[in-house]
Design a protein around this ligand. Sequence first.
Ligand SMILES: [Zn+2]
Length: 254
Amino acid sequence: MIWDTHAHLDDEDYKEDFQDVLARMKSSGILRVTNVGYDLASSERSVKLARDYDFIYAAIGIHPHNAEGITAENWDRLKELAKQEKVLAWGEIGLDYYRDLSPRPIQKEVFIRQIEFANEAGLPIVIHNRDAHQDVLEIVKAHPPVYGGVFHCYSGSREMADILLKLGFYLSFAGPVTFKNARHTVEVAEYVPMDRILVETDSPYLTPEPRRGKRNEPTYVREVVKRIAEIRNLTFEDVALQTMRNAERIFRLV
Ligand SMILES: [Zn+2]
């Protein structure tokens, strides 16, 4: 019983075989999946998927790549979506200084604004952080998410993990923890208290070993669980159960 807490099943990559992907997921013990929005259209699609399938939940938000040009009407619509049933989080939001697809001042403004909206909506946040550790940290300290948050596909140092854990955040691990060169990520996965770890795929991206490079899907979250179990010297079942409980706690779903 595993919860893949971050996927993009509305992606075009699943157009041909969406039902097969869901069937494989169900038959391999993946109990739930959170479909995560990155702009208004994908947030709408996430809410629709959550409405159509009992095991799919939604997160809604504007990714830093898409931070430019959001209108007042767009924000109003997102706030509406946040109230829909089975919307569990506001995300993914944050900063991406690796690809810099939106100007940094706009990324920051849109990130801060969405933390405030999440607080108003009573939702935790899902954070995307790429090469922007310092600024992300400053922002979450100055604008704390009242209902907590998750660092999705955590890629920072152990030192940063320490600070985030003290601030109450959860750290989510994806395919990269299975990569052979994942020394820092493995170090963090070894260190984080077991009650603060989540697992995810970020499907269709970040496919874990041994399928690295191919399309990802929620079933492969098993590889992430397996790897964390190895790192922590726990059983697969222990990690599955603990991460499920953690997800239920942060996303307030029992
Ligand atoms: Zn994502």
